[in-house]
Design a protein around this ligand. Structure first.
Ligand code: E4P
Length: 214
């Protein structure tokens, strides 16, 4: 499973990119709003840091307007992927964009049927939201297994981005259930890198090293 970072914060992207573990970035209107900066400027800066798929989301709800927005966004960089909401208008936009060779990421997916529709419309990626399903009392990870199963049986090459990741366990379960990618927030990366036994091990090595040559 590949890893993307789910943020529009440049410092967070630089830090995790320096770890060498990510190959893409996802953003959404809420993440962009948090930064308080011009949308296109932020996206452009991200493309200068990470050389991989960078999802930028349209905000229109009508397919022809989504396509217009997408046409402007793809001018920023060849790596731009257009994030489109999982609606009938979104599907129409995906169809048009796919016919023009524009990559899309269908977002706000909450069940396998939605993922199947998105894939058939020509989506490059689908983004099922694991954490938000947990929030309403369902086992969010089950959407990943269901979509992975359906895509496998029917040889669908749309990639599954496990999204709305809140914990390291979500990342591990996404990998085990067959997501192609997990898009992970900065705080979850920080939690993933740590283990108390690693810290105890480093302390012991350094204490023992103090006795060398004495
Ligand atoms: C997906 O690409 C979204 O940006 C994101 O994962 C949503 O996460 P949230 O539910 O924590 O807002």
């Amino acid at each position: 499973m590949k890893l993307f970072i789910d943020t529009a914060n440049i410092d967070e992207i630089r830090e995790i990119n320096d770890w060498g573990v990510i190959c893409g970035v996802t953003t959404n209107p809420s993440l962009i709003a948090k930064e308080g900066r011009d949308f296109k400027e932020v996206i452009k800066e991200i493309t200068s840091i990470v050389d991989g798929p960078i999802s930028a989301e349209v905000i229109s709800l009508k397919s022809d307007e989504m396509v217009k927005e997408a046409e402007e966004l793809v001018k920023i960089h060849d790596n731009i992927v257009i994030k489109v909401p999982m609606t009938s208008e979104g599907l129409k936009a995906v169809k048009v964009l796919a016919s023009k060779g524009v990559k899309t990421n269908v977002t706000l997916v909450f069940c396998a049927n939605q993922a199947l529709l998105a894939a058939r419309a020509g989506a490059t990626y689908v983004s099922p939201f694991v954490g938000r399903m947990d929030d309403i009392g369902n086992a969010g990870i089950n959407i990943i297994s269901e979509i992975a199963e359906v895509f496998e049986i029917h040889d669908i090459d749309t990639e599954i981005i496990s999204a709305s990741i809140r914990t390291p366990m979500h990342v591990l379960e996404s990998a085990r259930e067959g997501a192609h990618i997990a898009t992970v927030p900065y705080k979850v990366f920080e939690a993933m890198v740590k283990h108390p036994m690693t810290d105890i091990g480093i302390d012991k090595f350094l204490k023992d090293w103090e006795t060398v040559g004495k």
